[in-house]
Design a protein around this ligand. Sequence first.
Ligand code: HAM
Length: 424
Amino acid sequence: MANRYQVPRGTQDLIGDQVSLWQQVENIIRETCALYGYSEIRTPIFEYTEVFKTENDSSDMVTKEMYTFEMGDSSFTLRPEGTKGVIRSFVEHKMYGNPGELPKKLFYMGPMFRHERPQKGRYRQFHQFGVEVIGAKSPLLDAEVIALGHDIVRRLGLNNVRILINSLGDEESRTAYRNALREYFRPYLDELCEDCHRRYEMNPLRILDCKIDKDKEFFKNAPSVKDYLNESSREYFEKVLQALDDLGIPYVIDDHLVRGLDYYSNTVFEAVPVDAAGQQAAVFAGGQYDGLVNYFGGGELPGIGFGMGLERMILLAEEQNSLKADSGNADVYVISLGNVATYGLKAAQKLREAGFKVDMDYQGRSLKAQFKASDRSGARAIVILGEDEYAEGKAQVKDTVNKTQITVSFDELTETVRKMTEGE
Ligand code: HAM
């Protein structure tokens, strides 16, 4: 029988130095969101299935990859992405109620679940940082959202991430384009996979990123969305590009970028490492959505956002060596000898209160074992307490760099350690 005492396929434990890298990435993300005026939203990890399985959604994510389970009379789904839950919450809490407070600029960070085939950078439980800006539509906003993603990539020290951008146009443009795609693919229906037959009916844009069919010869001449944008969609897109130019954010227009999810309109974008093979590698991706808020009952309000895969960001940071794991070193190690362990803990607490990272021995081990442990802890200062020190209310403090050792009163301990760790 397969060993079940291990992480499920497509998931991972984060242990050791990894955790420190994650924390750094999360901190940089939070700091950057604060600079851009985004506030955090935390929605449940599972929702009623209807939240994700919106009518006519033909995406692979919704039709094939969701972790759905029944409980009582209800069906629930582990969230495969952040957007729909956030919009559900936005509407449920009537955040649209005060137009003066719009747009609402929200961010979230946490695990998402998709039953995909695991490979490098693709997991079944993965973590997304995402933003959603709801209730305003402006090319400036589109540019700012892309700038935020770009800024985070830059702050993480990552090079060679390219932003691909396209416009799917407004409803009128997309309808014209969908019709053109149906027309174009009709003679090739026999050569398309079963899923594409469904896509042909529901949303022929999806055919364009079919993993099975997309390399077929006749895909090369498929109509391009840019030829179906109406005047206002074209102008809007040009303004977005102009704003990106003004901000000095490099991008590449990709006429074939349609994105894997169904709700997009107008601007769509993906950030991909330059040497990436295939689309799976996008580190962040998103776009505008005109219909979702209305779908959930919140009226005609536009939205725009992106999701950023944290595992992919961390893989890149590791490849490019752009982040260093925090050593987790202690500043001080407390050694206690004889029957004075409580005195040791008291010293440790006093130093912790003063802001030092302190580790200590809890088991009355030999002096040699405790010195070894202090070495491993990386501490600059070692506090040594024996029965004499306890009796006299004193402590010995050793500087591991200068190799000096002095005896001080318990009251002077903090000051002595401070001078030592500051290298005086
Ligand atoms: P998405 O393109 O499906 O969009 O995912 C966004 C990002 O999440 C991807 O670019 C990738 O970095 C990461 N990601 C997705 N699936 C996986 C996976 N299986 N393993 C590892 N990383 C993954 C969305 O989810 C939209 N909700 C984005 C959005 C927000 N659009 C508007 N607002």
